[in-house]
Structures are given as structure tokens and as C-alpha cells.
Unconditional design. Structure first.
Length: 351
């Protein structure tokens, strides 16, 4: 992940409209032009993206005040759909929730650079909007506040698009259970049950309305909005570390391990030449990134002692064990079998 970890200024909107936190945020984000302090949209548009270090400083200040610490749990009524980001507007152009969730998966980088979002379906048919943040080692309180802002924004988007036709069953947060007054604040702001210590941040939606046609937007309007979002995504990718973005896309299966340079370039709406130039500047190649992902996935698969190493290699798209052995020896200075033997619950039965 990138060291800077940009966050969209729009994600901080609840903190800018909250009277208790507004002064703190403006003091940290606006260093001149005092007249701009009265223009909320101008501030957000001018700032664009906020570096992660600055966001952590904001959270540290807010955490010192009991009133401010709960400001990240923002009610839907606090948001105004007329004052939104390009990604929000594209989301609202969706003809169904399923289409909107596809945009969310594709462009979540514009909400937060270290955030990954994917949609899955439970055995009961519920839709699960999964949210994962980078920097899992960061301050637990900062992580909780970040997730609260993300969940608040997404619940707001779902409400704007689907209204009361879609039910939100619950939200699970991978943080320790809050005090009773904080739990009440969750319920009064989000209107749904909140569970803790689930291991993942998930918004659970009722699945039966996923494909419902909510409205019919003109395709040219939708194409215009998508082009605007893709342009912003390209600018953000170029401003950050392209290799990190490609690595995350490979890890999340947004890009396949067999993706070639043309495939990756098309995914980011850039030319293959631009792709190669960025990767050269970052002292890496697409092949090296794919290899890194294969190694990380192999380590996870090797924890399953029922899988032979040949099976692990094939699941990674390799020709066989010999190729996996060679990659491991080159990058890890040990074989997959040696790595497996070091695991706490290692078993040699699969060998």
C-alpha cells in the first residue's frame, strides 16, 4: 500500500458540517484564505484528497473530546445529495443497486486509496458489501473512526439510490464492542443493528431488490458521468503509486494473474507505454507484481495441509511444483515445503 494513503475530502464532510468538529478540521486543512471557510463545497473541491497522515492527525484531535469522538457516525439526514463527489453522482445514475455496487467496487479508490470494496452473497441470499482497509496495523481508534465514516457515507448512498425500497439488515464492524451510549448512537444515526468483532466490515443488505429497476437514466448522461469518474481515477493513480494499485487489483481478483500489459493498461484507461513508464519509475515490472501476489497467495494456501504443493501451484496458474519451488527459492530463500514446516499447525501429510 502507498505510504500516503489518500482519503477523499468528501469522506470528511460529516466532520465539516458538525459544529463541534468543524473548527478542528478547518484549522488543519485550510491554512489561508479565511473567506473560503464559509464555502464548504469550495473547500472540499479545492482539497480533493487528504493525505492519510493528516487524517490521522484529525482523528487524534477528535479522540480527545467525548463529543467529537462520535462525530464519525453520521446520520443519513446529515448528507445532501446535491453536494457530492463525481463517484456519488455516477452511483446515483445507476439504474439498479447491482449496477451501483459494480461502480463502487470498480472506483472505491476515489473514496479512500487504501480501501478495497467487494460484493458477495450469503447462503441466505443477502447481499454483503465488504470493506477492507489497508494499514491494518494502524491505531485501532483511528481505524474505527475511518470505518464509521465509510459506512456512514455508503449507507447514505444506498438511501439516495434505493430509498425505502431496500432494507439494511445490519452492519458488522471489526472493532471491540462500544459502550452502551455509543451503541445507542449507532442505532439512532444508522437505524440498523451493529455487531462487533466480526473480523470484517460488512454492510448486510436484503438481496431481493438488487436487480430492481429504480429508474431509467439516459445512457449518454451515464456515460458522461462514468468518463468524469474514470478521469479522476486516472489522475489519482498517476498521483500515487501505480504498482500498489495494480498489486491490490491482482490480490482482489479485479485483475487476473494472467492479465497482460494491454489488459492492465486498459483497466486503468492508460496506454501500455504509460504503464511501462510508471512501473520503470517505481523500479518494478508487471511480472514482478504478479509473482509477489502468487507468493502471498501461496503462503495462504500452504496453511491448508490437505493441499499438496502441486495443487497449490496449479491454483496459482503455474505449471507445477517445480515452478513454485523456483519462485519461492528466489524470493523467499526457502522452498514451499520448508515454509509449510515452519507454520504453527504444519503437517507433512500432504507431502
Amino acid at each position: 500500500m502507498t505510504d500516503r494513503g489518500y482519503v477523499s475530502a468528501q469522506l470528511l464532510r460529516p466532520l465539516l458540517v458538525n459544529e463541534h468538529t468543524r473548527t478542528v478540521i478547518l484549522d488543519l486543512l485550510v491554512t489561508n484564505d479565511r473567506t473560503s471557510r464559509s464555502d464548504l463545497n469550495g473547500i472540499l473541491d479545492h482539497i480533493g484528497m487528504v493525505e492519510g497522515e493528516k487524517v490521522r492527525e484529525i482523528f487524534s484531535r477528535l479522540a480527545g473530546s467525548p463529543t467529537c469522538a462520535r462525530a464519525c457516525v453520521a446520520p443519513v439526514s446529515l448528507f445532501d445529495s446535491s453536494e457530492s463527489s463525481a463517484l456519488h453522482r455516477l452511483f446515483l445514475c445507476s439504474n439498479s443497486l447491482q449496477e451501483g455496487l459494480q461502480y463502487l467496487e470498480r472506483f472505491s479508490l476515489l473514496i479512500m486509496e487504501t480501501m478495497e470494496t467487494w460484493v458477495s452473497t450469503s447462503a441466505a441470499g443477502d447481499v454483503q458489501v465488504n470493506i477492507r482497509l489497508g494499514h491494518e496495523e494502524e491505531n485501532p481508534l483511528h481505524r474505527r473512526m475511518t470505518l464509521e465514516l465509510v459506512v456512514s457515507q455508503l449507507l447514505n448512498w444506498f438511501h439516495h439510490l434505493a430509498g425505502d425500497s431496500l432494507g439494511v439488515r445490519r452492519v458488522t464492524l471489526p472493532v471491540p464492542e462500544a459502550e452502551p451510549e455509543h451503541r445507542e448512537h449507532y442505532h439512532s444515526s444508522w437505524g440498523v443493528p451493529v455487531e462487533h468483532d466480526d473480523g470484517h466490515c460488512v454492510i448486510h443488505l436484503e438481496g431481493q431488490e438488487l436487480d430492481q429497476n429504480l429508474h431509467k437514466n439516459h445512457p449518454l448522461v451515464q456515460e458522461f458521468m462514468r468518463a468524469e469518474v474514470e478521469s479522476q481515477l486516472l489522475k489519482q493513480v498517476r498521483a500515487g503509486s501505480l504498482s500498489n494499485h495494480i498489486y491490490q487489483a491482482l490480490m482482489s481478483d479485479e485483475l487476473g494473474l494472467d492479465a497482460g500489459q494491454q489488459d492492465v493498461a486498459a483497466y486503468y484507461r492508460i496506454s501500455a507505454r504509460t504503464l511501462n513508464r510508471h512501473l520503470q519509475q517505481e523500479a518494478t515490472t508487471l511480472k514482478q507484481l504478479v509473482t509477489q501476489v502468487r507468493i502471498e497467495r501461496a503462503k495462504v494456501l500452504l496453511e491448508d495441509s490437505s493441499l499438496g504443493i502441486d495443487d497449490v501451484a496449479r491454483r496459482l496458474g503455474l505449471s507445477g511444483r517445480r515452478t513454485l519451488d523456483r519462485i519461492f527459492m528466489k524470493y523467499e530463500q526457502q522452498s514451499p515445503a520448508q515454509y509449510r514446516q515452519q507454520l504453527p499447525k504444519a503437517s507433512s501429510e500432504a507431502e
